[in-house]
Design a protein around this ligand. Sequence first.
Ligand SMILES: Cc1cc2nc3c(=O)[nH]c(=O)nc-3n(C[C@H](O)[C@H](O)[C@H](O)COP(=O)(O)OP(=O)(O)OC[C@H]3O[C@@H](n4cnc5c(N)ncnc54)[C@H](O)[C@@H]3O)c2cc1C
Ligand code: SF4
Ligand code: SF4
Ligand code: SF4
Length: 473
Amino acid sequence: MNVPNSAEIIKQNNLCIGCGVCAGLCPTQGLVMEFNLYGEYNPVRRNSDCFENCGLCFQVCPFSDKEENEDSLAKIIFGNIEGIKHRPETGYYLDSYVGYSKVCDHRANGASGGVATWLLETLLAKRIIDYVICVTPHQEPEKLFRFAVFDTFEPIRRSARSAYYPVEMSEVVRYIIENEGRYAISGLPCFIKGLRLAARKNKKLRDRIRITIGLVCGQMKSKHYTSYLAFLAGVRGPLLEVNFRGKPLGVPANNYFFQCTDQENNQGKLFCRDGIDKVWNNRWFTPRACSFCDDVFAELADVVLMDAWLPEYIVDWKGTNLIIVRVPLLRQAIESGIEEGQLEGKRISIDRIIQSQLGVLNVKRNKLAYRLYLAKQKGAVVPTKREAPSGEANFFTRKEIELKDKMQELSRELFLQCTDGGERNLKTFSDKMDRLVTELENWARFGRIVRLPAREIRKVAREIGRVRKIGRI
Ligand SMILES: Cc1cc2nc3c(=O)[nH]c(=O)nc-3n(C[C@H](O)[C@H](O)[C@H](O)COP(=O)(O)OP(=O)(O)OC[C@H]3O[C@@H](n4cnc5c(N)ncnc54)[C@H](O)[C@@H]3O)c2cc1C
Ligand code: SF4
Ligand code: SF4
Ligand code: SF4
């Protein structure tokens, strides 16, 4: 049948983030989510029985090139809510808060302040929903995390913290369609977009998914990211357990640690500053789709949670959340949580929230135009984004984007080449990747020097202006 299906889109454009919405919705169950060689999920065709002119998988894909974008979809969902406001960076917002959960060990076990876990439990306790769907540890070496459906607190608590690991939603999407009930589901911005598109096509999803909880997202990582961090942490066996967000006592919240345990019970630990930061910031093991994503604040989710990356909160190692709410029901839940003493929280301006994510906004918004331009120059197909492709970035920004793109691509291929022979080869991987990091650092240093005179001139000009002004007074 000559209709576009998502498996073909991936092969052609390499833009799949592996959300699994297409596979969950396919009426013939013709798509199955599998890991590809690079440790990323992709849908794979398991039969060729497409319905005539179906194209459903294409229509619900967050990366297929459709007319709708986060702005137009969000306008339909939130645009008529009384008191709703909009900022281009965040999308719609009703209110914004800073805080953490004071219930049990939500905060201690949470990625940030444990508000996601608190909210999921509260929605269940107040009978606003019947089921929670969230990502949970799986203890299977080839699939360490997965989406699961829960209706009690205990497994929701065990699911706390962020999984920087591929997960897919095909099974839970099918579960919702097959099982009546009211569901809350947490997910990354692109996953929530896929769900919203799917809900437009499927009444059961539309009726049953009552609450969507988004997480701010800078990027996803492939399965190989975890393998590489385990290697750096000195653990060699097949992994059983991973914690990406360990909280060391008294250390700033942004220097969290990665901890893993293999099947032989060997354990390893690695701090952000000892290697994670380099891999994360230089986009090693980041799926290509993330390079063409402009949604930072999960603009289609009813509420979005993030780390409080602001100087006054980073210093608190226990972790703090920032929260944007978009629907009155969840604003009420947060306000009640504060009043009842379950949450430590207060309002914070949307400007401060934007400020906390300037780094992510810079990558996903400001630098997107040049990434799109670059991809087009290379003849690649890219989705239409809210930002138009443009080659007008300054020389040093272009260099940075090009080198990070190169690291992203090279890390995928090189890891495969280097993993056959064990440790010695992963050392080769590190050495080759580090050369690109050094090149990037050298360009950045050079950029700072070149810009120095201009900065100094501006400083002197400002000083002269100030002296003249004083003279006039
Ligand atoms: C891939 C990824 C990238 C992120 N990037 C940023 C960022 O750049 N800046 C920022 O401020 N915050 C980012 N976050 C969000 C942040 O890490 C926290 O998840 C958020 O602040 C909520 O913290 P919490 O303590 O309230 O959550 P917790 O109480 O610890 O609960 C976390 C909840 O998130 C769910 N979850 C975990 N991993 C995933 C996943 N991969 N997909 C869907 N659900 C998941 C869990 O099931 C759990 O319910 C990212 C999260 C992820 C997973
Ligand atoms: S039947 Fe429809 S949803 Fe399934 S693969 Fe074919 S086109 Fe896609
Ligand atoms: S819907 Fe999700 S899994 Fe399917 S092709 Fe699109 S991004 Fe990939
Ligand atoms: S950066 Fe965008 S595409 Fe990548 S995982 Fe996050 S929300 Fe999805």
